[in-house]
Design a protein around this ligand. Structure first.
Ligand SMILES: *[C@@H]1O[C@H](CO)[C@@H](O)[C@H](O)[C@H]1NC(C)=O
Ligand SMILES: *[C@@H]1O[C@H](CO)[C@@H](O)[C@H](O)[C@H]1NC(C)=O
Ligand SMILES: [Zn+2]
Length: 439
């Protein structure tokens, strides 16, 4: 079926997700040797599955953080075509991006008049919300399909088809699986799912500022809908395991202001690079020294806190004493909280900077985030070292928080980002189980 791609925000007469994917978006794939059963093309496997074709459609739209409008429109059109009521929530661009591009969070629920035949005068208060993010890290990498050589020779080739490209794992796998979970359960009368018990929340800006989720957390929409929450299912790559928690984070920027001079007469200036170096060396080792001598917190659950001196900038040329230098350091916290770590880091810097010449700017951080993962049978569990939007959504005591999704974080931000058809389909089953148990 042909579809005018640019008109995706307008009314769409097609009602299956498959119908939303234009034929001309299909890729030509080189089929390795023995191929899959019946010589199907890899593309045909994707097109034949509502989940896989939905995933392909949203992965084909670039949505690097701060540029989420196009993918937002596509997700809205898909949800509306399936009789979901969609509320979009504008999220202003952070000031430092200098951008005025519009972007929005998406909150959606099965339209009560179409799914239950009842008109409501207010928004339902769901029991379970499924949430993930629609932005990705740069650069955009086009969607592609391949069949690893070893898999081509094995029996279960369909599940082994590798889907690669930016966002295929983080986090459009979860967006697609969460949507398909609701569509499948709503279509199956045996599940007795009450449409007013579920909602979807897709946010922008997770990879940079967490501003999408914070905007939702502070909004009237959230106030109006969060009265009956039992659980929130957050989607991020956890290798199909249930996360029992994730590490915390603390970030600091160190700035040094020196005095420029000719490098032949360095005593006439003060090198900002030389000022900042001892602090960087001290912080770089802070995860490895024992806690009782000022090291970062450790715990049985997460092991050591780790340090990344991720960005250093200073000076203008090799023959000029550097006037200005700065560095950005990220700590992944195995214990403690952001305030404690701020104090530890400040002390470590001041030991090598007794005159307090260095400026320290801490970003808002948080300690390890404990999740409900131990209370559901049938899932392997895992702890993860990355941050999520979970701490950005304030929830009441007793609301369960789960973190679950297909694919591995180890490839998520890399140029080899990808997962298999089997990973996606397993996660669909996992989400159905999690959702029904949460109700
Ligand atoms: C959407 O609702 C309309 C009207 O109630 C119905 O005819 C149609 O089958 C529904 N479509 C889907 C995809 O549920
Ligand atoms: C934003 O604008 C300011 C002032 O014009 C400039 O210094 C800064 O580099 C810009 N930032 C970005 C991310 O473009
Ligand atoms: Zn993510």
């Amino acid at each position: 079926m042909k579809l005018l791609w640019c008109a995706v925000g307008a009314i769409i007469p097609f009602l299956s997700v498959n119908a939303l994917i234009p034929e001309n978006k299909q890729q030509s794939i080189q089929q390795p040797g023995s191929g899959i059963a019946g010589h199907e093309k890899l593309d045909d496997v994707i097109s034949a599955s509502p989940l896989l074709s939905l995933h392909r459609a949203i992965c084909e739209v670039e949505s690097i953080s701060h540029n989420e409008l196009a993918v937002g429109k596509l997700v809205v059109s898909i949800l509306e075509a399936h009789n979901f009521t969609v509320k979009t929530q504008g999220v202003p661009q952070p000031e430092e991006t200098n951008s005025t591009k519009p972007r929005y969070n998406i909150y959606a629920y099965p339209d009560p008049s179409k799914y239950s035949g009842i008109e409501l005068d207010s928004i339902p208060s769901p029991k379970v919300v499924l949430s993930s993010h629609i932005d990705t890290v740069p650069p955009h990498i086009p969607y592609s399909l391949s069949l690893p050589a070893a898999a081509a020779r094995s029996a279960k080739t369909r599940e082994d088809i590798l889907i690669s490209g930016r966002g295929t794992v983080d986090d459009k796998a979860c967006v697609a699986v969460q949507i398909q979970t609701l569509l499948d359960l709503l279509a199956d009368p045996e599940t007795k799912l009450d449409p007013s018990d579920v909602a979807l929340l897709f946010v922008v800006g997770e990879e940079t500022h967490g501003d999408g989720m914070r905007r939702f957390s502070a909004s009237d929409l959230y106030e109006q809908t969060n009265a009956n929450y039992k659980a929130i299912l957050f989607g991020e790559p956890t290798e199909g395991k249930l996360a029992t928690g994730h590490k915390g984070i603390s970030m600091v920027k160190i700035k040094a202001h020196g005095k420029a001079a000719h490098s032949g007469y360095p005593w006439l200036g003060r090198s900002a690079n030389s000022m900042i170096l001892p602090a960087l060396v001290a912080l770089d080792g802070l995860g490895d020294i024992p806690e009782d001598v000022g090291g970062l917190p450790r715990s049985g659950k997460y092991g050591k806190s780790t340090v990344n001196v991720g960005l250093m900038q200073g000076g203008v040329a090799g023959n000029v004493v550097a006037e200005y230098a700065e560095a950005s350091i990220t700590f992944r916290l195995a214990g403690g909280d952001a305030d404690e770590v701020k104090e530890l880091v400040t002390e470590a810097v001041r030991r090598v900077d007794p005159d307090r010449l260095l400026e320290l700017d801490f970003a808002q951080g948080y300690g390890p985030v404990e999740l409900d993962g131990d209370d559901v049978d049938g899932f392997d569990t895992i702890t993860v070292n990355y941050g999520t939007d979970i701490p950005n959504l304030k929830v009441a005591e007793g609301v369960k928080r789960y973190l679950y999704g297909p694919g591995s974080i180890l490839v998520a931000h890399g140029e080899n980002e990808g997962l298999t058809v089997g990973d996606l389909e397993e996660a669909l089953d996992g989400y159905k189980t999690l959702l029904l148990r949460s109700l």
